[in-house]
Design a protein around this ligand. Structure first.
Ligand SMILES: Cc1ncc(COP(=O)(O)O)c(C=O)c1O
Length: 458
């Protein structure tokens, strides 16, 4: 093995690259920076040529898998023709075509598309739109927002204020005031009705109404919910949850924002997460999978009535991003959606999601695996100290187990995924949508070996 301190790329990475959400201390004393150089299908390769199964689709992004020449060519063609033009008062064909296509794919009357560069910007845009919409329609005090405990909605100040992870927020306080948290749909640790999903769903939805009433409906603009909440380890909605949330939002004139930065574009086997669970949002925020990561793009799909007030006189949504709706990204998104259709990726996920679940559920025979939960190709495996009592690990144990062992051992064994302790400790899986039983088996076998060893170390 080469000495990482002698490798120029390693030295440059350590000396100059500021990695995101990364403890750089681990590289200070000679620790090696993992460098991924290439991808092919469901696999990625590091700078030594070692292969890993991409169990997280990069970061919930690479829906069609790596190395797809069609998408690279779509990007090159667009860059040669018109590499850049903004959508500020002007339009370019690919942004127009993509907006029209997304409107046709989206549920209900979500016919207006506002492009951003990523997911946090999309969330930020949705909150700002909700505020301005209510100002323009005579309800200027509606500005507060509600989201769920442990949910991650991004890093800009507004999106971070919506995020329900105190540890991520503390360094940047004070944040934007007027963001409030309600319980999430973690039925594994339900404080009530844990044995009755419908009753639990009603209970969890009613916490939203309680928060709206407590703050005053005249002050609340929007509720931000993911179809399946990622942080904390994949909490699907209990049956009836979103239907009840919709009723509550209608009753109090509050917008329902479906944050689908992860759940849109096939992750759950439908184009949008709201379609999987049969609810009608007022805004869908999206990013990640829309281009399968071949270029960055995000945005929000907005209901017709929210756009209405902006059609008049001198009014405008005074908000935008230089690179929002970038021509290359929009061209790549169109080519990506072509691939979805040609390869019936949504159908593939729906046909295989049961097998993915069943394969992961085999791991429930391990003493350390407390729960396997999720939907589509999006799962969390919760690790526990005691399966019978559901006792979790204290901070030191989680640190030693997850960061000190599981994360690295999975990677060393050839599986790139994430051991996450932002809530209770979970291993998260969201492989490219092209994966099949052979990949599920590979994931299960690597997890089994590493988690068995983790159990022994306890
Ligand atoms: C639900 C959700 N919202 C927003 C974001 C932020 O997206 P980005 O990192 O593209 O800003 C994420 C990122 O993972 C997310 O999962």
């Amino acid at each position: 093995m080469t000495d990482p301190t002698q490798d120029p790329l390693q030295s440059a990475a350590r000396d100059h690259l500021w990695m995101h959400f990364t403890r750089h201390s681990s590289f200070e004393n000679g620790g090696e920076v993992p460098v991924i150089v290439r991808g092919d299908g469901a696999y990625i390769y590091d700078d030594k040529g070692k292969r890993y199964l991409d169990g997280l689709a990069g970061l919930f992004v690479s829906q069609v898998g790596h190395g797809r020449q069609e998408l690279a060519q779509a990007a090159a063609k667009q860059a040669a023709e018109l590499a850049f033009f903004p959508v500020w008062s002007y339009a370019h064909p690919k942004a127009v075509e993509l907006a029209e296509r997304l409107a046709a794919l989206a549920p209900g009357d979500l016919n207006r598309v506002f492009f951003t560069t990523g997911g946090g910007d999309a969330v930020e845009s949705a909150w700002k739109l909700a505020k301005q919409y209510f100002k323009l329609t005579g309800r200027p005090t509606k500005h507060k927002v509600i989201s769920r405990a442990i949910a991650y909605h991004g890093t800009p100040h507004g999106a971070l204020s919506l995020t329900g992870l105190p540890g991520l927020k503390a360094p940047f306080e004070p944040l934007v005031p007027s963001a409030f948290r309600v319980p999430n749909t973690n039925i594994y640790r339900a404080p009530e009705h844990g044995d009755d999903p419908e009753a639990f769903g009603r209970w969890a939805a009613d916490r939203i109404e309680e928060a709206i009433e407590f703050e005053g409906p005249d002050t609340v603009a929007a509720v931000f919910l993911e179809p399946v909440q990622n942080a904390g380890g994949c909490f699907p909605p209990p049956p009836g949850y979103f239907q009840r949330v919709r009723e509550i939002c209608d009753r109090h004139d509050v917008l329902l924002v479906s944050d689908e930065v992860i759940c849109a574009y096939g992750r759950l086997g439908t184009m949008f997460g709201a379609q999987k669970f049969g609810y009608r949002p007022d805004i869908i925020t999206f990013a990640k999978g829309i281009t399968s990561g071949y270029a960055p793009l995000g945005g929000m799909l907005v209901a017709d009535r929210l756009f209405e007030p902006f059609k008049e006189g001198t009014r405008m949504f005074a908000h935008g991003y230089t690179f929002g709706g970038h021509p290359v990204s929009a061209a790549v998104a169109m080519a990506n959606l072509d691939l979805f259709e040609r390869e019936d990726l949504l159908g593939h996920v729906r046909r295989n999601e049961g097998a993915f679940r069943a394969t992961l559920e085999k791991l429930l025979d391990l003493p350390i695996v407390g729960d396997v939960r999720g939907d589509g190709f999006f799962y969390g495996i919760e690790l526990v100290k005691d399966k019978n009592t559901k006792e979790t690990f204290d901070d030191d144990e989680a640190e030693r187990l997850l960061r000190g062992f599981v994360d690295k051992a999975l990677y060393d064994a050839g599986l790139y995924c994430r051991a996450d302790d932002r809530g209770d400790p979970v291993v998260q899986l969201a492989p490219p949508l092209i994966c099949d039983q052979s990949h599920f088996d590979e994931i299960e076998q690597i997890l089994r070996a590493v988690l068995s060893e983790a159990s022994n170390r306890l």
